[in-house]
Design a protein around this ligand. Structure first.
Ligand SMILES: [Fe+2]
Ligand SMILES: [Fe+2]
Length: 337
């Protein structure tokens, strides 16, 4: 039996989870197209002009600030590797149609490539940042402290994500994957235009193309899943969108304490790092730009999502109107990037 995204309420994650015998069934043409596109849109980050990021080209603060931002981005890329990787295995175990499984694996690979961009940038600018870096000044100590506190919270995110599969139907989790891809496409599409260094422009341009593909695929996933959702399940997707906004807030807004438990001086340090990284040519967006682009990106998708009977949550921080959703502190966030 080929299960295509249809909620079977009688079964939770069952003992019959197995990747074999598998199938080569194609049900979602859009998913197949997105997967096929991943071949022709393949790119190689090792061939970018990395020497532009040679440490000697920058003063200490701009070096650290750029590495800081890349290490911050890496948290979200890693969440993507984990979530889509986990999703690819689970989709195979549930015997989902073939292109869905393959596309999830392809997105996992893309997120590895994005994380590799982060790793290479840090390695050039500031070798061993952040995992093995010995800070030399208060500024550097602040940068490391900021990243460490983010990664600590990353641990909480991941425990919650894994646990969510025990409590939620898998269709529900898969259906929520699209929202962060809206955010990802938004930020990179803007940064490929605001960054002043060729190395960043090339990286962000290619990452944007990946994210556009991810968005097409995860929207197809949402559509396939939502077909069989009742009102309550659709409301749950609205809730997951709000959770997604909160999860992505350190990158796309300001960290929301609804989830993120960060040191009291995190905001100050983070803003200082972002300002310096922007001046160094990284193209980090200002808060005003983040708000504007995030809102526009969600509005662009509003029609398509609402057509499926799924409402958009109110996100007053960025001027998005919709259903009022209260996310509780410590609520499990089953979103991704
Ligand atoms: Fe990514
Ligand atoms: Fe993505």
């Amino acid at each position: 039996m080929v299960r295509m995204p249809s909620p079977d309420k009688s079964k939770g994650p069952s003992t019959s989870l197995n990747i074999f015998p598998g199938n080569w069934t194609i049900k979602t043409q859009q998913m197949l197209k997105a997967f096929e596109l991943s071949f022709s849109q393949n790119w190689n980050p090792t061939q970018f002009p990395w020497d532009e990021l040679d440490a000697k080209n920058f003063d200490p603060k701009p070096r650290i600030a750029q590495a800081y931002w890349m290490a911050k981005l890496a948290l979200f890329e890693k969440s993507g590797i984990g979530a889509f990787g986990f999703g690819a295995v689970r989709a195979a175990e549930l015997n989902y149609e073939d292109p869905t499984k393959k596309m999830l694996a392809s997105i996992t690979y893309d997120e590895c490539r994005h994380d590799e961009v982060c790793r290479r940038a840090c390695e050039k600018l500031c070798p061993n940042f952040p995992y093995g870096y010995k800070p030399q000044s208060d500024f550097e100590k602040d940068a490391i402290k900021g990243i460490e506190s983010l990664y600590e919270e990353g641990k909480r995110y991941w425990s919650g994500f894994v646990k969510a599969w025990d409590t939620l139907p898998p269709e529900m989790i898969f259906a929520g994957f699209f929202f962060a891809e809206i955010g990802a496409e938004t930020i990179f599409n803007a940064m490929r235009q605001t960054s002043k260094l060729e190395i960043y422009r090339q990286a962000f341009q290619n990452i944007t193309r990946d994210e556009t593909r991810h968005l097409v695929a995860t929207m197809a996933l949402l559509r396939a899943m939502a077909e069989n959702f009742d009102i309550e399940q659709k409301l749950r997707i609205t809730r997951q969108m709000k959770q997604g906004f909160i999860f992505l807030s350190p990158l796309l807004y300001r960290p929301k304490p609804d989830f993120w438990r960060l040191p009291s001086d995190f905001d100050r340090i983070d803003q200082e790092m972002e300002n310096i990284a922007r001046d160094a040519g990284l193209g980090v967006l200002t808060l005003e730009e983040k708000v504007k682009f995030w809102r526009e990106a969600i509005e662009k998708k509003r029609g398509e999502v609402e057509e499926m009977g799924i409402e958009i949550p109110a996100i007053p921080e960025i001027g998005v109107e919709g259903v009022d959703v209260q996310v509780k502190k410590n609520e499990t966030i089953a979103t991704t990037f």
